[in-house]
Ligand binder design. Sequence first.
Ligand code: BV8
Length: 234
Amino acid sequence: MNILVLTGAGISAESGIPTFRDANGLWEGHAVEEVATPQGFASNPVLVHQFYNERRRALRSAEIQPNAAHIALAEFEQKHTARSAGDFLIVTQNIDDLHFRAGSRNVLPMHGELFKVRCLYSNKIFDWKYDLSTETLHPDDPANEELRGCLRPHVVWFGEVPIGLDRIENAASNADVFIAVGTSGLVYPAAGIVQLTKPTCRKIEVNLGDTPASDAFDECRHGKAGEILPQLLA
Ligand code: BV8
């Protein structure tokens, strides 16, 4: 049985990370869409680097840990894979690293990763070895010299093409079960993945309430992901 899971900001909410809609999509008076765009970066790279460093700093604070929803997915993946019961893939819209920290392995971060940066010219990707206390590139970062001033977050901004679309489309067309967890179904092409599944695919939405995408699902489980997923995947 091939399983595809799509996660959004709601799966990290119980870990203490505000969702985009909770934060009203604002950051220091800037609309996320304004800051999280190539245009926003071009016009004010320092502000955009600050926006992402703020989120890195928050994510590295001790109280932010994977929650029961992340852990339930990781444990299910281990069992499913051990039984070689079929494909299992988590496509996440989130740029936090909580799925990886929970132990999930088959994770596709379609909107990039907060702790990776990319050279504007070579497109080479680096782990972010940022000393957040002093906000300087880490001294032993091999990229230190030649990259200073040439880095951007390895994050997919509005207007940019998400990562791994071919793999996502393939997984969706082969999925026997598709579970969307904690996503408002407002951002495309992520919100359109459910439409790529085959008619026989069992489609389940896990959210606090209905979303604009709910009609496309066979089942809508309303409640917190940290409570529903451990039961659903038991
Ligand atoms: C693209 C990285 C072309 C940055 C992000 C008009 C119509 C349709 C589309 C468009 C349009 N105008 C523009 C577009 C395209 C645009 C888009 O969709 N805009 C929207 C706003 C209309 N999309 C793009 O630009 C994408 N690129 O289209 O390129 C293309 C495409 C394909 C092929 C060739 C070319 C790129 C989009 C990626 C943008 N980057 N993130 C960063 O993070 O800083 S998007 C960002 O916002 C997140 O990654 C996430 O995807 C999105 C927020 O969505 P959610 O994750 O769903 O979070 P949200 O807060 O909205 O909802 C949380 C949900 O959780 C809620 O439903 C809540 O009820 C629930 N919840 C809360 N707590 C819990 C819970 N559920 C369960 N348990 C809980 N405890």
